[in-house]
Write a protein that binds this ligand. Structure first.
Ligand code: DI6
Ligand code: FE
Length: 402
């Protein structure tokens, strides 16, 4: 006997040979928060509650596997300066950019950080997100970095939150003349504290000419590995530094951005099984022109994920559905690749592939239910309100409904 049986629906399981792993006229049985049955209606059994979905499509709950959702303030004025001709690098070198958000974030309490992040998280939820990754990186000192991760942990209501420590996001102003000293603090003070208090699952580094070098990145990855934390990297966004290959060799869960990724980087990701995370909203917002090598990644069999990169500087985006469209329109993914990038492959990028990301018996019943005629419409409409319901661990957002 199942707790809930969903009927009159089509399921995009994101598994198997059919496009989107589709099962038409499907039934989904849920027991103890997990998927207990997914298949044709004819194979389903008794349940305490039956819900008819009126022909809607059910997909895995969306997974936004790369965000910087917790921060204070915003950078609308900086965006305006860029619009008038200043570059992101120029703003960063002039002490703006990430460091202006760091100033606002250091001045904010944990409660304020939670309160400011909540509407952004609500926007993701309203578009079917059931798992979100949240990075620190706007504190750049031990106390504020830990505060950001604690605030992120408090957002885990009706939503799975995977936390990533990104202390190596920028050099803090007080360490401007002591790069080595800051990297040492990240490795010897911050990562041990994060691991001790179990405040993050992984460690990320912004490896870029305006941030950290490959040698510094390697050192930080070694410290993360030594504490049993996963690694991921912001790589080849504005230039090619070989960071994706470096991360792959450390067994990275993912390498993210990748506009300037080269052949060596592609083979390294393929060999390691690391996920390539596409962030088209940042590409759009920075008016970049160089696209990530999607065709070569596809040919090499590298799994691709897609995420919002929600952050105040380069991607103030809280719309995963818009990002699905951008992945197709700007980066040439197919609608099916884009959706796999926000479900199955995004779960892999977070090390959560056994728990969520596909509609499969045994996985958490994390579902998004959509008012669309075909799943490709999820990547097609711009700004439409498509979500009918969402289940997290078997619980509907409209739990009162019959
Ligand atoms: N890459 C990005 O796109 C963001 N961080 C990063 O490492 C930008 C963050 C910001 O500008 O606030
Ligand atoms: Fe980012």
């Amino acid at each position: 006997m199942w707790d809930v049986l969903l009927l009159d629906c089509n399921a995009a399981t994101m598994l198997g040979d059919a496009a989107f792993g589709a099962i038409r006229d499907a039934a989904i049985g849920i027991r103890d928060g997990r998927i207990a049955y997914i298949g044709p209606r004819s194979g389903s059994g008794p349940a305490q509650v039956k819900r008819s979905l009126g022909g809607a499509w059910v997909t895995p709950g969306l997974i936004d596997c790369h965000t910087h959702l917790v921060f204070a303030g915003n950078r609308a004025s900086e965006w305006d300066a860029r619009r008038r001709g200043m570059s992101y690098e120029e703003i960063a070198r002039a002490g703006g950019g990430i460091l202006s958000t760091v100033r606002a974030t250091r001045a904010a309490s944990e409660d304020e950080l939670v309160a400011q992040a909540q509407p952004r998280l609500a926007a993701l939820r309203a578009q079917g997100v059931t798992t979100v990754e949240i990075k620190s990186g706007y504190g750049l000192d031990t106390e504020t970095e830990l505060r950001l991760l604690r605030a992120a942990g408090r957002l885990a209501h009706d939503m799975r939150v995977s936390r990533t420590f990104l202390g190596a996001h920028a050099l803090p102003p007080e360490c401007a003349l002591d790069r080595a000293g800051y990297v040492e603090r990240v490795c010897d003070e911050m990562i041990p504290a994060v691991a001790r208090e179990r405040l993050a699952d992984a460690v990320d580094v912004f490896c870029e000419t305006i941030a950290f070098t490959p040698a510094e990145t390697a050192r930080i990855f070694a410290a993360a590995r030594a504490r049993g934390l996963g690694v991921k990297v912001h790589a080849e966004q504005l230039s090619n530094s070989g960071a994706a290959a470096l991360a792959a060799e450390c067994g990275a869960l993912s390498a993210d951005h990748l506009e300037h990724l080269d052949e060596a980087g592609i083979s390294a990701l393929a060999k390691a099984g690391s996920v390539a995370v596409m962030l088209p909203a940042a590409f759009y917002f920075l008016r970049e022109s160089r696209k990530p090598p999607v065709a070569a990644l596809r040919a090499a069999g590298v799994a691709m994920a897609v995420a919002t990169d929600c952050n105040p500087g380069t991607s103030p985006c809280t719309s995963p559905l818009l990002v699905l469209n951008m992945a197709c329109t700007l980066f040439d993914l197919t609608p099916e690749e884009a959706l796999a990038g926000m479900t199955r492959n995004a779960a892999r990028a977070l090390g959560l592939a056994l728990e969520t990301g596909t509609l499969e018996v045994g996985k958490s019943a994390d579902l998004a239910i959509w008012n669309v005629g075909e799943p490709a419409e999820l990547a097609y409409w711009l700004g439409a309100d498509l979500l009918r319901d969402r289940y997290f661990r078997g619980r509907s957002d409209n739990e009162d409904q019959p």
